[in-house]
Design a binder for this molecule. Structure first.
Ligand code: PGA
Length: 232
């Protein structure tokens, strides 16, 4: 399984040193990917887990103040990068077209994109889940070959589930995973949104889940360990 840890805008420099020590005590056969803030990425070395980023520039190196390019990420041994997280779509007004540009930059630099898709509660109530998921995937993967598409990991993150403690029913997750599988037959698909050590027993009943994108739980390594133990 793929377990991606999204630290979001959390953990300061000194605290991150302790966090890395804690991560080193994790014993698991799963592929664990830590996605720290950009500032903390440079502090990671000799880690037992893989390294990811939370965002990337749409451009290559150049005059783009404040941006970080895919080739710069690669130079720090970043192997995965989250793109299109709902928080970026909402607060940074990131568009599907920009997400497509970011994915292209990542693939050009042999970094695996973790593309987040998901609906708001309003959209779910209006029966728009299929429309939203299909649109987000279709625009984000514009101009990509099937081979390139297969390299993308999709994270289904219902927006109403992120940080709320509420998770969808297994039936709801299975339904959306089937939609994603139809659009991206060769991609790994993760579930994200309030996944934790308490609800993993329910979530792990779903055979199509290839892994998890964890926000809040990524900050609590003791609980993360319980989660990883329960996965087996
Ligand atoms: P959460 O966040 O696990 O805290 O709900 C998941 C995410 O936003 O990636």
């Amino acid at each position: 399984m793929i377990i991606a840890l999204n630290n979001k805008s959390n953990i300061e420099k000194e605290e991150f040193k302790n966090y890395l020590e804690e991560l080193k005590t994790i014993r698991t056969n799963e592929t664990v990917i830590v996605c720290p803030t950009f500032l903390n990425i440079g502090m990671v070395s000799n880690l037992n887990v893989k390294l990811g980023a939370q965002n990337v520039s749409i451009n290559e190196n150049g005059a783009y103040t404040g941006e970080i390019s895919a080739s710069q990420l690669k130079s720090y041994q970043v192997q995965y990068t989250i793109v299109g997280h709902s928080e970026r779509r909402e607060y940074q007004k990131e568009t599907d077209i920009e997400i497509n540009q970011k994915i292209k930059q990542l693939l050009k630099n042999q970094i695996t994109p973790i593309l987040c898709v998901g609906e708001t509660l309003e959209e779910r109530k209006q029966n728009k889940v299929k429309e939203i998921i299909e649109r987000e995937i279709s625009i984000a993967t514009t101009d990509l070959t099937d081979q390139e598409k297969s390299k993308i990991i999709i994270a289904y993150e219902p927006i109403w589930s992120i940080g709320t403690g509420i998770i969808p029913t297994n039936e709801q997750i299975i339904e959306v995973f089937d939609m994603i599988k139809t659009a991206m037959p060769n991609s790994n698909i993760l579930y994200g949104g309030s996944a934790n050590e308490n609800n993993i027993d329910q979530l792990k009943q779903i055979s199509t889940i290839d892994g998890y994108l964890l926000g809040g739980l990524s900050l609590k390594v003791d609980k993360l360990k319980v989660f990883l133990e329960k996965l087996n």
